[in-house]
Design a binder for this molecule. Sequence first.
Ligand code: ZN
Length: 508
Amino acid sequence: MESPCCKPRSRGRKPRQWFPLAAVGKTPVGFGGGLLRVPWAIGVILASMPSQDPIMVPLQGLGEMGMHSFAIGQGGSWVLVDLGARFSSGDSRPQVPEPILSWLCSLGGQLRGIVLTHGHRDHIGGVADLLDRLSPTGQGERTSGDVDAPGPTVYGSRWTLTLTRRLCEQRGVKHRSWKIVAPGDRWVVDRLAFTALPVEHSIPGAHALLMEAGAMRIVHTGDFSGHDHQQETWQAVLRKPTDYLLSDSTNATRQDDRMTEAQVLAHMGRAAETVQGAVLATTFASHVERIRGMLEIAERLGRRVFLLGRSLREQVTLALEQGHLPGRFRTCLQQASARHMPPHRLWIVASGSQGDVEGNCRRLGLGDHPHYVPKEGDGFIYSARVIPGYEPAVQAMWQSFEERGVTLFSEVTGHAVHTSGHAYPRAQRAMIRDVAPAHFIAVHGTGAHLEAHAALAETGRGLESDGVPAVHRVYTGAPMAFTPRGPVPVAVQPPFPPVCCPQGTPHP
Ligand SMILES: [Zn+2]
């Protein structure tokens, strides 16, 4: 029996296929909501769904900002793709909602692998929690009964696994099964096959994935700002038709075009040249390419770099070890105090870009940092994005610098010293055009992002005339099966539990 949301695909027109049924409208559907509101549809589909279709359980990040993960299942085995943690200004550390951990643990030995697209915390921040719960000595619920079993193998690039293992070490979590994969590598987990595809993003070692289940071919972009479709691995993948494209929606609502990293660094260099006193700067600790750019500009201007912040120093240490930063920049890790340097020879990179209470940036702005007190004539380069919810803290931090006579360089002052690591519409269209999927699902973003991305795919602007995919709406908490005719809602075993957002209220 055909469900209302699995009409045959038709290229060259603009089918409007809403999924799940409860997601019609602009409000994302959370855990449980999709299931609870469409019980009749699930009953119908369970009776008719071919068992060989792969199933996706969107765990986080479809209709909400800041984290991402889904499980893909085929023939009784499951693979988790990414496991981000929720950031909240009140959290001591990012958390994975308990119902998600419980459900993943309840899969027991059926959870066969964890595939990580890249090393940002909103994609790997929950892995240590899960591995801890799955370990025989942890609080896990592994049902295999085999205490010697290594647990699910974790796959990712060298840099991604370096960062993930570091988080595990910090939590005291021991896990034995890791597998480094490089662009072009293909690996098989039971009946699912994965191929790593290189993409541009604001962290080294970011991968898109080709996921194959039987004849079904699904491309998941992960986070990306661009891709090179002429690259060998992409060429090999694009030679065959793709059934589904799951694509990063984060900047789908932006109208302008993305600056390149080189353009940002050129703007930053020009800003730094105007600073008479010390250059103070902040960016995300994971943005190795941006930090490298700062080190090179400082070197050119004859300024010595000091790093303030444990996470920043750790990332730079690891990046030096793995060759992502040239060895000559090791001097920035020396512990000497910046207080004794003349300001015009100084470039301080500080963590805490979101104005965190104990963050180095905030303390610098308040004149409360033991290593340096900003003065009139200094400049503060804000090379980061303000994360939604942190605007008041960041505004207060900027204000404190300005009150000390420090010049602020940021996007709000008209200085292009930051660019997003996510694709803008031009690159999103290029991805759809090159992959030319039969079906398109927007992932990773708020409801507004997903809707804008879906609309972009539906209009076909910038796509070849016959390349418009069938577009579907899928949100967190609504399990679906990938069928050749489109996604269909499906219930999973064990049952998928409802989840609450950090404030304790049911997720919208
Ligand atoms: Zn990312």
